[in-house]
Design a protein. Structure first.
Length: 281
């Protein structure tokens, strides 16, 4: 106060100082409150909030019937998803996870539901059914859009997510009734895809990949024939694109899976050994 008096800034001698100081303090408090609200809005959901997302009565019953095998509560917690987040669900198929992600991010969030031309062929009916009548208003569908051509702004996505689909970049053909049916002329080049991921992902964003395990050294053939992929392939591809493996989860591992059967085989379907990786920039 002595210094203020010497400068002629005493509140008694200079009432404008008090007014100015009050405004400054109010401004700082307002900014701090706004910052806190933003941080709170984007904070990871609590276990209780995740439980409410998973148990929502609006979820289709057929979705809930797969919860035991897919463990969505643990997976959502692993992603760090929060209200207001922007999420890309790529190779989303019929949108089983899209629905959960949509409910998790809430009204202030957004979920891009991406399916390329191959996925659209298989999932079109389910996609339309799930999103009809605007029942998931925060979902933006990207139908028939290649991964490297998604119209998503730079540095805008908090979480990039894929459940059991990354291997399908190498799904090119199958055999039906003794005839080869082709779906892609060639496998998807992973480098343009991961470059796109890096472009749209926020600096503190994450990429979460869940997929069916294939034997080490099985190459891309397993991805095309068994719909599995060697986890080392994904690690190598992301690391070569400049991503870092931050964390791995083991909720979906199954040591009784010999990794040699198609994931659609009756005795292993829904029970495959699955890995979960989380990458960051």
């Amino acid at each position: 106060m002595r210094l203020f008096n010497e400068l002629g800034l005493s509140s008694m001698k200079n009432p404008m100082f008090t007014v100015s100081l009050s405004k400054s303090v109010a401004f700082v408090l307002a900014v701090s409150a706004m910052s806190f609200q933003i941080q709170a809005a984007n904070a990871p959901l609590s276990q209780q909030q995740i439980a409410e997302v998973v148990s929502a009565s609006e979820r289709p019953q057929e979705d809930s019937q797969r919860d035991e095998a897919r463990k969505p509560a643990q997976v959502l917690s692993f992603t760090g998803i929060g209200k207001g987040h922007v999420v890309l669900d790529f190779f989303a198929g019929g949108g089983w996870y899209t629905e959960l992600l949509s409910r998790a991010v809430g009204e202030t969030g957004k979920v891009y539901m991406q399916n390329d031309s191959v996925y659209w062929q298989f999932a079109q009916k389910d996609i339309i059914k799930r999103t009809q009548d605007n029942r998931l208003p925060n979902v933006v569908r990207l139908d028939n859009v290649a991964l490297s051509e998604m119209p998503i702004p730079d540095n805008s996505v908090d979480i990039i997510f894929a459940a059991l689909g990354y291997h399908d970049m190498y799904f090119t053909d199958t055999v039906r009734d003794g005839k080869v049916v082709s779906f892609r002329d060639e496998a998807v080049d992973y480098m343009p895809v991961l470059s796109t991921f890096k472009r749209i992902l926020k600096e503190d964003g994450v990429v979460v990949i869940i997929d069916h395990s294939a034997k080490a050294g099985s190459g891309f053939n397993a991805a095309n024939t068994l719909h599995r992929i060697d986890p080392h392939i994904i690690k190598h591809q992301f690391e070569s694109a400049g991503f870092t493996l931050r964390e791995e989860a083991f909720y979906l591992r199954n040591t009784e899976d010999d990794l040699q059967k198609s994931v659609f085989a009756a005795d292993i379907r829904g029970k495959t050994d699955r890995f979960i990786f989380k990458f960051g920039k």
